[in-house]
Design a protein around this ligand. Structure first.
Ligand code: GDG
Length: 471
């Protein structure tokens, strides 16, 4: 059987838990298959720091159960241009439809390309001829092209965890044609949703004049690539077990005791402008304003785990949320009731199922999201006899699958407040029916299904042995 080699910007020990959808999902996958996980070490070399040049620097290797973790350091300037610059200052905002937040500094793409070349140079000697290589996310789009340029002919798949916007938004990125052309170095390119896949098809047809070979296959730049939607899921059994473990149960009991006369609403997000936190706060404020019967009853617990604090747009959103929470609590709070409990901290993963289960409503209202795993975790954590209600943004990839949630447009503050009110007062029969349907979908398309479907499709793509370097 071929060995699986996973490549992503960050590598996490699969035996430990980590926040962030990508790490959580990959840890689960590699735990089952074994193989190698390659990525950045998390360490940067500061200018003037003694030591060998990037190309000669040794790799860090660590055996974690069945998984060999191999990581490399990056020079500070390269890391800043590649990670904070191009990946999170250009690709993240544009792919989340936020052209206004993009910083198209030309130095960024140079650093991005250089980091990807270094990844390829370091990875190449570790590869076996029959490896299956699976590259993840927007940080590493050109990696397969760089590997092909070094002569790699292995099957290489790519999965984009974030949305792919429509062609005209993509076209705002200087060098967008280079970026999409790089996708043709892969054998299989996977997206989270049908909408993202459709954007890819429209782009390659219109901008790259690709030939449609049918069944998801496209021909351009002397290469054939297959593309499709592979919605990511969670490890349902693992999450159920986590909820039954002592920390999960204790959390549930503590929350239900503490809030016995209240109704809890919960939000769990990385602190990111794509997650729609200010809009959510405004909707919650409208709920209290328009439906006063919820005052003294509804409490929103919002966890916003720290993320990418070195990027300016993230500091701005932090201040905006803090000010909104302060004003809601100031205007509506009572001596014995705080409407919003906001935490800008990480919560230990074993506590999450208990927190979800104690909550009557989850607010998952991103302005754009590739998938959103919190929506799925919330459903799985519920008591089927008395389940909570999921309020879900129609702009999360998860909305394509989770039709029985209360779907909202998060930009429409009043309509979202109405939906939250509906959720808080939904009769138990309706809650049960919706929950049953949601759970069935989430179980059917769990993380193992996602991984197996992607890897099986990759194994069956028509192998193309042409190492033509075209970047
Ligand atoms: C990308 C895409 C896509 C969050 N806060 C804490 C915490 N978390 C965990 C959640 C969940 C994960 O992090 C977040 O999942 P999302 O799906 O919201 O992901 P992103 O980080 O934006 O990731 C996204 C995902 O990739 C997978 O493809 O779904 O659309 O943007 O598991 O529970 N975990 C802990 N403490 C926290 O405070 N322990």
């Amino acid at each position: 059987m071929s060995r699986l080699v996973v490549v992503s910007n960050r590598v996490a020990d699969p035996r430990k838990t980590a926040a962030g959808g990508l790490a959580v999902a990959l840890a689960e996958v590699l735990n089952n298959t074994g193989g190698m996980w390659f990525g950045w070490s998390g360490k940067t070399i500061e200018p003037g720091e003694p030591g060998p040049h990037a190309q000669e620097r040794p790799l860090h290797t660590h055996q974690a159960g069945p998984v060999k973790l191999v990581t490399m350091d990056l020079d500070r300037q390269d890391y800043d241009a590649y990670y904070g610059g191009y990946s999170n200052g250009v690709l993240w905002p544009v792919f989340h439809y936020r052209l206004d937040l993009a910083d198209f500094d030309p130095a960024y793409i140079t650093g991005y390309r250089k980091a990807n070349q270094l990844f390829a140079q370091k990875l190449r000697p570790l590869l076996r001829d029959d490896d299956i290589i699976w590259i993840h996310d927007y940080h590493l789009i050109p990696l397969a092209a760089e590997l092909r340029a070094l002569g790699c002919t292995q099957r290489i798949g790519f999965f984009l965890h974030i949305p792919l916007p429509p062609p005209l938004i993509l076209a705002a990125i200087p060098g967008h044609d280079w970026l999409i052309r790089a996708l043709f170095a892969y054998d299989l390119v996977g997206f989270q949703s049908n909408a993202d896949h459709e954007h890819f098809c429209r782009y390659v047809q219109a901008e790259a004049h690709a030939q449609d070979l049918g069944r998801g296959r496209w021909r351009a730049f002397n290469r054939t690539v297959q593309a499709g939607a592979f919605p990511i899921g969670i490890d349902v059994d693992e999450f159920v077990a986590l909820g039954q473990a002592s920390e999960g149960r204790e959390m549930y009991e503590r929350m239900t005791r503490e809030y016995s006369r209240r109704q809890l609403l919960v939000g769990v997000d990385r602190l990111d402008y794509s997650k729609g936190l200010p809009h959510r706060m405004q909707a919650f404020r409208s709920l209290l304003q328009n439906f006063p019967e919820n005052r003294r009853v509804a409490t929103l617990i919002q966890i916003a785990s720290p993320s990418r604090e070195e990027v300016d747009a993230y500091t701005d959103i932090l201040h905006e949320i803090e000010s909104l929470c302060g004003s809601i609590n100031g205007n509506y709070g009572e001596l014995d009731w705080m409407p919003v409990r906001y935490m800008h901290r990480n919560v230990a993963r074993p506590r999450l199922p208990g927190l979800y289960r104690a909550s009557r409503v989850a607010l998952v209202t991103p302005l754009r999201d590739g998938m959103n795993l919190v929506a799925k975790e919330f459903v799985v954590a519920q008591d089927p006899a008395d389940p909570g209600v999921l309020v879900l943004s129609r702009f999360a990839g998860a909305a394509e699958q989770l039709k029985e949630a209360l779907l909202v447009n998060p930009y429409d503050i009043e309509a979202t407040a109405n939906a939250i009110n509906l959720a808080l007062h939904m009769p138990i029969e309706e809650r049960r029916t919706r929950h049953q349907a949601l759970l069935a979908t989430i179980r059917r398309c769990d993380v193992h299904w996602w991984c197996n479907t992607f890897l099986e499709t990759l194994a069956h793509t028509q192998a193309e042995v042409s190492g033509t370097p075209w970047l």
